[in-house]
Design a protein around this ligand. Sequence first.
Ligand code: NCD
Ligand code: ZN
Length: 362
Amino acid sequence: MARHGWRSRAAQIKAPDMTDSLTIRRPDDWHVHLRDGAMLEAVAGHTARQFARAIVMPNLSPPVTNVALATAYRERIVAALPEGADFTPLMTCYLTDNTDPDEIRRGFEAGVFTAAKLYPAGATTNSDSGVTDVANIRAVLEVMAEIGMVLCVHGEVTHADVDIFDREAVFIERVLAPLLADLPQLKVVFEHLTSEEGVKFVENADANVAATITPQHLHINRNAMLVGGMRPHAYCLPVAKREKHRLALRRAATGGSAKFFLGTDSAPHAREAKESACGCAGIFNAPFALESYLAVFEEEGAIDLFEGFASEHGPRFYGLSLNETRITIERTDCSVPAQIAADGTQLVPFHAGETLRWRFAG
Ligand code: NCD
Ligand code: ZN
């Protein structure tokens, strides 16, 4: 990955970073797709190995739209965990135009829902039942603001007239800024942030607005998808954007601000569903997520700020306790396989075929 002047200076100043291992509070993943059925069985262990908790996205087919469905899904996740795993799935409710505010309140108060997810209809995988206009869920959002429940937002507009690379910036202008002006207390996590506009918006917003950042958006820009051939395994939504956006995200993630935290957006799709004339969006990064993020923090000379991003900012924003156990990541080569078997097919992980410089040791 190219180095930049200010960054290598920082790396020199932070010479104590040159340790052989890093022990930190056990991290959580604040945005993950665990899927269902055989795929869930195949991927749950990868997330549970590195993370204590995860905010589980509800975009199943059909989506997780009520307390009963979330309770049943949580049980299936727990049943799919490897023997002895210490992992808590935190469930989300998929918002639709018809979500009942009482159901949201009931699910939150019962400890079933940790958050609710706003997918603009048609924005991404399994979002067809998403919200067509936030005005339709005004009563739901009002309840959420009142009870302090987090709204996780897929921040892209879907109108055909908006260029796909501008969809996040336009969402801020047309949807998110007006929404927060209307409900200034609402706790919002801008999920998988991908743009400089997004970084600025979150930085300038009040403390009730935060964002998750994925490993892929810290590592790749849109060239990774399009140079030298179409590369479906670098395709996810929101799409990676030009280099200046990647650099803005790296500054945000590694800058120590409590508004930014780890959310992998690990989104497995079978190899054949990605390598297709109409390939699915999503990058499967769960198996080497911490190694991937830590490479970025090392390159930015900010290893000392990794624990905050991975293990502290998220729970503090959600109002949850910090994990008490610790994990260690060692500085040693870690080869990422070309593919990982799952559900009778193969998943191509992020960094497939590369060697990362850190390895999660448990
Ligand atoms: C996600 C998926 O496949 O469920 N895909 C993705 O590219 N990130 C959906 C999402 O988070 O947008
Ligand atoms: Zn996602």
